[in-house]
Write a protein that binds this ligand. Structure first.
Ligand SMILES: C[S@@+](CC[C@H](N)C(=O)[O-])C[C@H]1O[C@@H](n2cnc3c(N)ncnc32)[C@H](O)[C@@H]1O
Length: 305
């Protein structure tokens, strides 16, 4: 595109043409006079049930719509708390601590995690070789990220690249197997149609010994706190979406999608199913995840064995 040699913003992996119905062998063989069709497989889009094939474009519409106001809205909705969580996430991972770290940040959007990774490695370890490939399915979000990085010292260096691709099917030619030390995904995985497919790809692209780390909204444990949080989420956030971004529906989706995401232990089971070694299936020290703010968000990690 319009980018320099290193800060690439490129499109890979166009999504396959949507198929509304699964192939029905009996129809093709001409034996089925009743012309039966297999019903489409469904998934959730917020609280709605939709055919699997349509979720990707619905999610794309949401992020096309919110891209230009995304950073402002993140601050407004979380009262700035998302910044603390992201700082916490990156400092837990210590990029650069064992030498230059090759990172891939999936659903990287406007580059919030990538910027923190590069700053952390440079400020703590004087490391200017750690690099991040920011990957997102949405070109509009990546454009915002690219614009933002233009104002940083990382622009025009091999430390950063923006690449448009689907977390569920990273093309091997662009993202070879066993290539990365660290895979991050923040507030992104719940938007993907198939979480197991994302995890499978994460496992593939990581080097043996590499770390998978996910920061995502999760389940609040305390019922009283949960009631307050629910009230805030369902009344204030869509209202802020209307006032600040003129877009209630997208923010309603964001809140609903949080409620549909698996609980902390269920997500651990999915990470383990993908082949990762996790800590024990509990929260905290030695556990597979760490809750932030009573479970509003959680950090899950796994190591490729
Ligand atoms: C809530 S934003 C998070 C952005 C950034 N990680 C952050 O923490 O600020 C979710 C991002 O997930 C991206 N996304 C959704 N489905 C995706 C997929 N299948 N593959 C890659 N990115 C996806 C969206 O385009 C959007 O940029």
């Amino acid at each position: 595109m319009h980018c320099c040699k290193h800060t690439v913003l490129r499109r890979v992996c166009p999504s396959p043409a949507p198929r509304l119905f699964r192939f029905n062998h009996s129809e093709a063989s001409g034996n089925n006079a009743q012309n039966l069709q297999t019903p489409p497989r469904t998934t959730h889009f917020g609280f709605r049930t939709v055919p699997e094939e349509t979720k990707e474009s619905l999610v794309k519409n949401v992020f096309d719509s919110v891209a230009s106001s995304y950073d402002l809205m993140n601050d407004a909705m979380s009262l700035g708390v998302h910044r603390l969580w992201k700082d916490d996430f990156v400092s837990q991972l210590k990029p650069g601590s064992t030498g230059p770290t090759k990172c891939i940040d999936l659903a990287g959007g406007t580059g919030d995690i990538a910027l923190r990774i590069l700053d952390f490695a440079r400020e703590r370890y004087a490391d200017r070789e750690t690099s991040v490939d920011v990957v997102d399915i949405n070109g509009e979000m990546l454009k915002e990220g690219h614009k933002r990085f233009k104002k940083t010292m990382y622009h025009n260096t091999p430390q950063i690249a923006f690449i448009e691709a689907n977390a569920q099917e990273l093309p091997e030619s662009q993202f070879p197997s066993n290539a990365y030390d660290l895979y991050t995904i923040a507030f992104g995985i719940r938007n993907c149609t198939s979480v197991p497919d994302v995890l499978k790809e994460a496992y593939r692209v990581l080097k043996p010994g590499g770390t998978f780390a996910c920061l995502e909204f999760s389940k609040v444990n305390n019922p009283l706190f949960n009631a307050v949080y629910d009230q805030y989420s369902f009344s204030i956030i869509p209202l802020l979406g209307t006032i600040l971004a003129g877009d209630r529906e997208s923010y309603q989706y964001l809140v609903e999608s949080i409620r549909k995401f698996p609980s902390q232990p269920d997500f651990v089971a999915m990470i383990a199913d993908a082949g990762f070694a996790t800590g024990g299936n509990h929260e905290g020290k030695g556990g597979a995840w760490r809750d932030l703010w009573g479970g509003i968000a959680a950090i899950h990690t796994g190591v490729k064995v």
